[in-house]
Write a new protein. Structure first.
Length: 301
């Protein structure tokens, strides 16, 4: 029975492979098992048949072959990481949200079939998963800019999800030997640029929140170099600017009570779909006891 794992949702698209490879690298860093998850889709059959020339009897055959291909790619990249697979028959988002009850991290791509952010398991589904998952969700772009330096960026706020995002980012920075860039923005997107007195008050508040939040958790990570950054812009712009040369961006997200909602909030949604590097969305976590964790049958280790 596996309880400490990272789950990667895949389909037959190139974006899935990018997310998978990032996920297996993360498993090596965190010393976790990789669970590769797939929910069969008719479009996968078209992609697989076109690539291999093989005729499949049903979607389960397509799914099993797709999982074998992804498992082989993951093991080739990180031979030391244990890899297992799961073929799900529920909707992709539901399957991933269910697995998130015991996962340490979920990983999906930012694009699905056809390169559209509104298609397949790796498109708009990623927003719904991020809005409802019980663990942090990493959204990986299909084409990633190479980081110029070891830097993890986090958006700092005084909310519960903001605190969880900061803690996650600090742990990532520690594991990667990276500098943590902690960003707080002075401008509200709704604030008129000529309201100087309002901006001065917001700057003071933002600076206070930034320092207070860092002080509350930084002592637990004495080896992490932290760069507090107070940006004279709105939160989304500040994080996107900082993300240009980062390995990872971490943002907090308020989870919706509407199980069909894909709303992450304006800042995490913007960052998730526009950042040039992987983005981890962190909301409140609801752990289920390990005794009820799922078992995975197929191992490629």
């Amino acid at each position: 029975m596996i309880t400490n794992y990272i789950a990667a949702g895949v389909d037959g698209s190139p974006a899935a492979r990018s997310a998978l490879l990032w996920a297996v690298d993360e498993c090596r860093i965190r010393r976790r098992t990789l669970v590769i998850v797939h929910a069969p889709d008719a479009r996968d059959a078209l992609l697989m048949t076109g690539r291999t020339g093989t005729k499949f009897r049903n979607l389960d055959d397509v799914g099993e072959q797709l999982l074998r291909d992804h498992a082989a790619a993951a093991s080739a990249r990180q031979p030391s990481v244990a890899v297992t697979t799961q073929l799900c028959r529920s909707a992709p988002a539901d399957a991933l949200i269910d697995l998130s009850e015991h996962a340490e991290l979920l990983v999906v791509g930012s694009q699905g079939h056809g390169g559209s952010v509104t298609s397949s398991v790796l498109g708009s589904v990623s927003d719904r998963v991020a809005a409802h998952a019980h663990c942090p969700v990493a959204i990986v772009p299909s084409i990633r800019a190479r980081a110029e330096s070891a830097r993890v960026v986090v958006g700092v706020s005084a909310s519960c999800s903001g605190r969880l995002a900061l803690e996650f980012a600090l742990e990532e920075a520690r594991l990667r030997g990276a500098t943590l860039v902690a960003v707080s923005a002075m401008r509200d997107p709704q604030t008129a640029p000529d309201l100087t007195s309002v901006l001065d008050v917001r700057a003071l508040q933002s600076g206070t929140i930034l320092l207070d939040e860092l002080e509350s958790v930084a002592a637990a990570y004495p080896d992490v170099i932290i760069e507090p950054t107070l940006a004279d812009t709105d939160p989304a712009t500040a994080l996107l600017d900082a993300a240009r040369d980062a390995e990872l961006v971490v943002v907090g997200c308020h989870h919706s009570d509407d199980r069909w909602s894909t709303r992450l909030g304006p800042v995490p949604s913007t960052i998730a779909h526009r950042a040039p590097c992987p983005v981890v969305v962190v909301g409140q976590r609801h752990r289920v006891p390990a005794a009820s964790a799922p078992a995975f049958a197929t191992d490629f280790g």
